[in-house]
Design a protein. Structure first.
Length: 170
């Protein structure tokens, strides 16, 4: 799948997930809605992170760096001493998580397995559970799972040759 169409699909999933959550759960604040949108956006890129040279790998890595800075800032902005400790802990978790992802990505087609389809959106939901209201955890999981599965189906459709013309062929 081309990078431009993959980014368009990612933006569509992210914005759609945020809008649906906004209308179904009006009590969610802007931070939760942004997190839901970003989880939908990132999940479209997750199936293609096996190659460190791919744009999806670097997109997910950049978003995770931004999350590693912003999530502690949102949680501990009122106490700077806790903020410094939270940034240190987040940095260590970030480095450890990317070390694991790099090791897992050595196995061919891991991101297309059932354990990855369930596990990777669950890790995104774990971040939502830690930093957001409990009402936002299910929408985050649904947004990330939907984006992940839609991307896998799009790749499968492209590989099988069913795609003729249209939005995703460009």
């Amino acid at each position: 799948m081309g990078s431009k169409s993959q980014h368009a699909l990612a933006v569509g999933i992210g914005v759609g997930a945020s809008l649906i959550s906004y209308y179904l759960l009006p009590e969610l604040d802007w931070v939760a809605l942004a997190f839901i949108g970003m989880s939908g956006f990132v999940s479209v890129h997750l199936p293609a992170i096996q190659q460190p040279s791919s744009s999806s790998y670097w997109m997910v890595r950049c978003v995770s760096i931004i999350a590693a800075i912003c999530i502690p800032l949102i949680m501990y902005a009122y106490r700077p001493s806790d903020l410094l400790i939270a940034w240190l802990a987040t940095y260590l978790l970030f480095q450890g998580a990317w070390w694991i992802v790099d090791r897992i990505s050595l196995y061919r087609d891991y991101t297309h397995s059932l354990s990855a389809i369930i596990g990777l959106p669950s890790f995104i939901s774990l971040a939502a559970y830690i930093s957001l209201d409990l009402n936002a955890v299910l929408p985050v999981f649904l947004a990330s799972s939907t984006g992940y599965v839609v991307q896998l189906l799009t790749e499968q459709r492209q590989k099988s040759g069913l795609e003729t013309t249209g939005f995703l062929s460009k």
